[in-house]
Design a protein around this ligand. Sequence first.
Ligand SMILES: Cc1cc2nc3c(=O)[nH]c(=O)nc-3n(C[C@H](O)[C@H](O)[C@H](O)COP(=O)(O)OP(=O)(O)OC[C@H]3O[C@@H](n4cnc5c(N)ncnc54)[C@H](O)[C@@H]3O)c2cc1C
Length: 299
Amino acid sequence: MEYVASTRIEKLETIEPREIRHVQLILPDHIEIEGKPYPLHDEMRPGTAFLAKPWGQRTEKFRRRMYTRSNSSCNAPGVLETFINDTHRPQADTSVWWQSDVPDQWQTTGELIDVRVTVDDIRGVATVYENTAVCKQANLRLEPDGEWEDRQFVCVAFGTGVTPFLSYIHYMAHQEWEKDREKQRGHLTLIASVRHEQQLMWHDELVKLAQRFPESFRYVPVLTRSWSTDWASPKGRIIRATVMPSGEEQIDVAPLLEIVPDFSKADLRLCGSVAACRQLQKGLGDRDISPASVRAESW
Ligand SMILES: Cc1cc2nc3c(=O)[nH]c(=O)nc-3n(C[C@H](O)[C@H](O)[C@H](O)COP(=O)(O)OP(=O)(O)OC[C@H]3O[C@@H](n4cnc5c(N)ncnc54)[C@H](O)[C@@H]3O)c2cc1C
């Protein structure tokens, strides 16, 4: 039996028209099953995704889709935030609906969006369903507390692949970085690659966080297609793929190595398209560069 909580659309911010939206869903404080109320506890771990049932513009029915949460349950319980992009694939269904005016109408009329929950009968509570309960190489669930704090994370995000890392940053800042300077633990470098400045997500806040916690957080936004004359961060692709006449793919990771010269102690985390994540790993492998650990998630 699949249980759901009906969420209210609180915020719909357009990052780039028809391309990327910032979505905020508010969970109810409890759900009712056969007349029995179950308090809804938000215990989502950073780096995991929730399952919502938005409308499919192409198929004209509700669809089940996963969205990685971009904020954290530690300081925003009950508020599920994510960034959703139009995939522009021929079969694009819900991703294109999110970019349309219809979700705005739903927000105005109070139409609700179902989010899957798990019912724990022993505790008598419901929790938000997460895509994974364990840390694996192919997901980005943050390591348990006590395991992540001594790591040097290098997180490379392509487009909306920044969402899991935004959740890490919210969590790490709340749990560690906001403590006394001497007690701060965990370091994260975020390399966020997008086409142009308008597509940068949570950019101003990230700039401020990097200024506030320079010992713990480094922010490197990268623009690949266009930039203003005063753009001071890296420009162009951080990995460059060329297909040789033999058909072999050659990957140049030199621009990435200019940003992070030494990966030997880095816990590399990747999120973005299958091709980008694969190419980056191949490019490092071709140079015999072995990070301390690698985990990647693609949608
Ligand atoms: C763990 C995880 C986290 C994600 N996080 C985000 C996020 O933060 N932001 C974001 O924008 N996207 C995220 N996605 C991708 C998101 O879930 C959607 O796949 C994406 O938005 C495209 O949706 P779509 O309906 O337009 O197209 P698709 O999901 O590509 O679906 C188009 C069509 O393909 C078919 N189809 C798709 N999936 C299946 C399936 N499993 N079985 C059978 N048929 C299928 C259906 O016919 C469907 O109508 C995530 C996906 C996963 C798995």
